[in-house]
Structures are given as structure tokens and as C-alpha cells.
Design a protein around this ligand. Sequence first.
Ligand SMILES: Cc1cc2nc3c(=O)[nH]c(=O)nc-3n(C[C@H](O)[C@H](O)[C@H](O)COP(=O)(O)OP(=O)(O)OC[C@H]3O[C@@H](n4cnc5c(N)ncnc54)[C@H](O)[C@@H]3O)c2cc1C
Length: 407
Amino acid sequence: MTLKENMQTWDVIIAGGGSAGLAAALTAARGGARTLLIERQSRLGGMGTNALVHTFCGMYHPDTSRPWAWLNPGVSQEVGEHMMERTRQTAPDLMGRVYVLRQHPSLFASIANDLSAAESKLTRLSGAEWCGLKLLNCGWQVELISAGIRQTHETKALIDTTGDATGARWLSRDLWLQADSARLYRPAYICGLPRVIGTHDESWRFALGALIVRGIREKALPESAIGAAFRDSPFAEEMFMTIDLEAGQAQWDPLDPAKRAEVEITGCHTAMRMWTYLRKQHSDFKNCPPPILPAQAGIRESARYIGDFTLTGKSLATCQRYEDDVALAGWPMEMRENARGPKLRFFDRPEPAGIPAGCLKNARTPGLLFAGRCISADHEALASVRVMGTCMATGQAAAIMALKSVS
Ligand SMILES: Cc1cc2nc3c(=O)[nH]c(=O)nc-3n(C[C@H](O)[C@H](O)[C@H](O)COP(=O)(O)OP(=O)(O)OC[C@H]3O[C@@H](n4cnc5c(N)ncnc54)[C@H](O)[C@@H]3O)c2cc1C
């Protein structure tokens, strides 16, 4: 849908069209609000499309002793069902103690397109950069640049789903926080590898790991290749390779464009060296054409809002529930403070934990909500709530809260 020039005021604006932004936009528009969704990339889906993140986590009830069940009704389930249908999966995979749905980034982009195009109250601006914010008497003024032209929009409610707490960083230093560089969950570079044959079980992975270590020792691969992990796509003979990167450890700053560029360069270089090496050294990769590169590297953690309530690792681990819960978290805390794989902290019981409304708002900024990976959560809790199933649930919850405030 194209933007009409006279439509400069909105009921709800959503900045950022990732998992959380998509869910927020659909929910707001379906609730009858005139809704504008702003996204800097051409595709919706955020990390799940542009960074090629390829499994939906956090969509299911955490009790794997029982048959799988959707955790949060609404957009998360809807997107999951569309993905299952289009990939012909009849059930999620049980991986150890969690249910996971393999997703395909191209299909996620297409599902997001179809769902957003079906909403008459939703206007979507892609390739648009949100670049300014001002508090009005009754709402917010939002600046953006689209096709090189600066635009001003006004809205009663604004939902920040940029993943970087962008609005808070413009408003005030005491509205946001970010972990120390050395602790920030590491970024990663993911690429698609078509035409990889064979069965990829644990022993295959183990042998591949040994081959990569040998390649690094013999200087055929860069040190950064140590962070590589492989996972099957939902389609035959296609894999995804995720390369976790140290990113300078104590120097890493996801908000610094120069540091992000370094990650893109190292990630792309490592991916291409791996492709060359594996084609020569491993028969399953012999016919693999050049990797499908992401539009951007994957960022796991950056700045987050400080809301009325801050979710903690402890509250998740103890499956705490609150009276004003607006969404449920069920994914274990998957901490990735280095490039050598995750450190998992499971909840004490196979039960979900609550995410209360206060994690998505701050009384000091009425009409401004936040969802997705920039909700108010401590570093440990983020390791759970940042997964896409939960991001969709908080996106939806923020839109429901916004609808109440504008009606
Ligand atoms: C390497 C890696 C592996 C992961 N693995 C998994 C996994 O297996 N399963 C899982 O469920 N989750 C996984 N995650 C986590 C998950 O992908 C993200 O946390 C989740 O997608 C965040 O969703 P979001 O909508 O909050 O933010 P994002 O997906 O980051 O979306 C934010 C959107 O806002 C846009 N934006 C930002 N600033 C602006 C601006 N100023 N103007 C306009 N648009 C803007 C961005 O372009 C982006 O599209 C992984 C993440 C990474 C990085």
C-alpha cells in the first residue's frame, strides 16, 4: 500500500517491522486503528528474514513431556501455522528439552507480506528510516526519511520495535540500558548453503567440528570459523550456517555503525572461506553453490528500554506470574556471551513465566510502548524473551495496550 500525502496523522505508529513490529502492526490494524508501520529494510521480518535466523523459538509450551501446544494465542500461532503449512511440517522438532519450528526466511518474508497486505487499516512504509521523535500534548511526532524525503507524522500511540530502543535513546539516558560490551550476547553471521547432501545427525556434526578445527590449525580457515554451527532448513538439501563472532569482545558495540561493518566484513569473509574449504574437504558440500548471504549480520542484544517493571532472569527461572501479564515466555535463557556456543538456563519447572505490562511501558512516556528484543528485561531475561515467538507475543500485547489508550 502506498502512503497518501494527506494521511499524516495516525492512531498507532509502529517503528520497526521485525517479528515484534509485524505482530504489533497486524494487531493494531485488526483492532480498527489507522496504523503506520515503518521499516528501514525492504522486507518485513527483521532478524528472521534479513539476518536469516531460521528457527522460530518460544512459540510452544515449555513442557516437552506433553504433546506440543502453542504458548501465546494470536499472531505468533498464526505465523507458525502458515510456516508449517508452507514448509509441510506437521509438528515442531523436539530438540533436547525444547520444541522448535524450522522456518524459512524467504517464506517468513512472504507470509509477513501477505498478512500485512490483507489489512486495509495498515499502511506499510518500507525503506523508511525513523529518524526523530518529539513528545506532543496528546501523542507523539515521528520523523522519518523515505526515498530521501523527510516526513513528519503524528500519532496517538507509538510502538518502538526497532530492537535498539531507538526512541528511548533520543528521549533520555535514564530510559534505556545496555550491557557491558564484553557481556553482550555475541552477533553472528548466517548464510544459506544449498545442495548439501547427507544426514546431519550428532556424529556428522561432531566430525564436521573436528574438520573445522583441523582447518583452523592448518590455517586453511580463519580463527573466526570456530563459531560455526549448522542446521537443516525445512527443505531438503539446504542448510544454514551460523557463525558466532567474538566481535572484538570488550570493544563490541552494536550501536556503532563502524563495529557493525566490521562484523559484516568478518562474517562474510569467514562464510566464504568456509564454503571454499568445505567444498574441497567434505563430500556432502561438494556441489554446494556460493552461499546465500544475509542482508545484515544478526544482532542478538543491544539497547533496551527501562520500563515500569524490569523482567529478571530470576523471575523467569522461577516461572513467576503477575496479575497484569500480557504475554508468556517459555524459552530457556540462552546466553551467548562468547562465540563458543550457548549457555542454557532452563526454568525451574516446565511452565511458562509471565511478562507483565510494565515491561512494555514507562509511566514517564505515556503513549510510547516497546516490544520485542528491546523490552524492559535484564541481561539474563533477555536471553529468553528475545526469541521470535516471544517477540511476536510482546508485539501483539503492546498493540492491544495501544488500542486501549487510543480508543
Ligand atoms: C544469530 C541469531 C540467532 C538467533 N536465533 C534464533 C532462533 O533460532 N530462534 C528465534 O526465535 N530467535 C532467534 N534469534 C533472536 C531473534 O531473531 C531476534 O531477537 C528477534 O528477531 C527480534 O525481533 P524484533 O522484532 O524485536 O527485532 P528485529 O528482528 O531486530 O527487528 C527490528 C526491525 O526494526 C527495523 N529498524 C531498526 N531501526 C529502525 C529505524 N530507525 N527505522 C526503521 N526501521 C528500523 C530493523 O530493520 C528491523 O527490521 C536469533 C538472533 C540472532 C541474531
